[in-house]
Design a protein around this ligand. Structure first.
Ligand code: HEM
Length: 499
């Protein structure tokens, strides 16, 4: 036997030993479930349908357990009363950046060695909060450009398309124009036509990348997909290059500040373009799918649609101008839509499924709200999945799978905020926007934008399902963890401008 063969055999034996070395549960640790496949553990089931897998594990082990997933040990916490003990922990104990930085690089090829996501967030948050009214006004104008511009080009009559395509393209295009700027100010018919064409190009290119996202994140692209992903990224980097963005008018303060931050931290132009694409996804990847589910639930629930329409008609009857002449929706008006607020909360409860993850930096004790305490091991990962609990928890919500448009309304029409588990009132009863250090910085702007979109669609258009009996589609199961779920397939609708 040659030395090379002998060494090879020894190496294989060592690898086998390492792979089959079993971790055992220490006293005080959560229940441990290794799965049957060495090293991989439960990776396949987890990747295929995380919600079903974690539901099964919860039934078996309760609301805290550790599973092996692709060589990593992940402790899953599903008790919403105990989430606060995790989401506000400092980075020195539970790190919330490592995984984000890993995904940033793997999906978007972004490396920003001299900038920490925490600093970046602290800098960018005020630009979205302080400028909320300006952003909301710009969004209204851009939604009108995209929504009404496209339909006038169709010369009236019904237009057919998929509801996801319609909602996603309108919100992403208007959102892109709002944050990244428009062709020219003051707007002309020609500049608006250019805004429509350019934003449509950005949307269609972005959407191709968006569809590959789960595979990109898991590193499971086929050779063909890899080529496609490279081409699409290349095109997006060109579309969103700093040189190209420099020519745009009415850019948001958010964009100005972010570009300045990148320059100040010494990021090269090519890397700035990549960061711009990452930000396009962070800021625009959820609103379209959220609006899709909301409109679909309304179209499938006539009582809910009538209640929302009734609320909007009341607002319009008190307004000084007819909807055709409105140029903004003041915050005061946006804040007086309790029925639409409830519909939005209910839609997000049913369809928002982000993972909240932390790397365990030091061995530590995790206190649970019921008084139990569990030891967490350094090097493991901690995962909260609010989609299962509180959002789909039958103890908190009766018929949790059913869309009830008034679930978040009290009988006097005010917002319902009291929900209970184990007889105790919940602080957070739905977490579509993340929590603690991971809270979405664009929440207020996103809520305003989605409400404006629904207001404009219902106010300006007749919108109907092509097949009123169509079933609500299943989720694309590969998207658990990334934010809003997307449907397995689109739902055909038709719409036309109200006569
Ligand atoms: C329905 C719409 C939206 C939902 C459900 C949503 C949800 C979320 C969630 C769950 C996170 C945390 C992700 C994580 O850290 O793992 C997040 C982060 C973020 N969101 Fe949103 N988002 C929405 C819209 C927006 C909009 C419109 C903007 C900006 C204009 C925005 C800006 C951001 C940014 C910049 C982050 C990263 C914050 C950080 O550095 O931690 N989001 N969002």
């Amino acid at each position: 036997m040659s030395w090379a063969l002998l060494l090879g055999l020894l190496g294989a034996l060592l690898l086998l030993l390492l792979l089959s070395r079993r971790r055992t549960r220490r006293p005080g640790e959560p229940p441990l479930d290794l799965g049957s496949i060495p090293w991989l553990g439960h990776a396949l089931e987890f990747g295929k349908d995380a919600a079903s897998f974690l539901t099964r594990m919860k039934k078996k082990h309760g609301d805290i357990f550790t599973v092996r997933v692709g060589g990593r040990y992940v402790t899953v916490l599903l008790d919403p009363h105990s989430y606060d003990a995790v989401v506000w922990q400092p980075r020195t104990k539970l790190d919330f950046h490592t995984y984000a930085v890993f995904l940033m690089e793997r999906i978007f090829d972004v490396q920003l060695p001299h900038s920490s996501p925490g600093d970046e967030k602290a800098k960018m948050k005020p630009t979205l909060h302080r400028d909320l009214q300006a952003l909301t006004d710009a969004m209204y104008t851009n939604l009108l450009t995209v929504l009404l511009g496209d339909t006038t080009e169709e010369a009236g009559g019904w237009r057919e398309m998929g509801l996801l395509d319609f909602s996603y393209s309108c919100l992403l295009r208007a959102g892109y124009l709002t944050l990244y700027g428009v062709e020219a100010l003051p707007r002309t018919q020609e500049s608006q036509a250019q805004d429509r064409a350019h934003s449509a190009d950005v949307f269609h290119t972005f959407r191709q990348l968006d569809l590959l996202l789960p595979k990109l994140a898991r590193g499971s692209l086929s050779v063909g997909d890899k080529d496609r992903a490279c081409q699409v990224k290349d095109r997006l980097w060109k579309l969103l290059s700093p040189a190209r963005l420099a020519t745009r008018a009415h850019r948001s303060r958010w964009l100005e500040s972010y570009l300045l931050h990148l320059e100040e931290t010494g990021v090269a132009e090519a890397m700035q373009a990549r960061a711009m694409v990452l930000q396009l996804w962070a800021t625009q990847g959820n609103m379209g799918p959220a609006a899709f589910w909301l409109l679909l639930f309304l179209l499938k629930n006539p009582e809910a649609l009538a209640a929302v329409r009734g609320e909007l008609e009341q607002l319009l009857s008190r307004a000084e101008q007819p909807i055709s002449q409105m140029t903004t929706l003041p915050q005061k008006v946006l804040d007086s839509m309790p029925v639409l607020d409830s519909v939005l909360s209910e839609s997000l409860r049913l369809t928002a499924a982000p993972f909240i993850t932390r790397e365990v930096v030091v061995d530590l004790a995790l206190p649970m709200a019921d008084g139990r305490e569990f030891s967490l091991r350094r090097g493991d990962r901690l995962l909260l999945f609010p989609f299962l609990s509180p959002q789909k928890d039958p103890e908190i919500y009766t018929d949790p799978e059913v869309f009830k448009y008034n679930r978040f309304l009290n009988s006097d029409g005010s917002e319902k905020k009291d929900f209970y588990k184990d007889g105790k009132r919940l602080k957070s009863y739905s977490l579509p926007w993340g929590a603690g250090h991971n809270q979405c910085v664009g929440k207020a702007y996103a809520i305003n934008s989605i409400k404006q979109f629904v207001f404009l669609v219902l106010g300006h258009f007749e919108l109907e399902l092509i097949n009123p009996d169509v079933e609500i589609p299943e989720f694309d199961l590969s998207r658990y963890g990334f934010g809003l779920m997307q449907p397995e397939h689109d739902v055909p609708v038709r719409y036309r401008v109200r006569p």
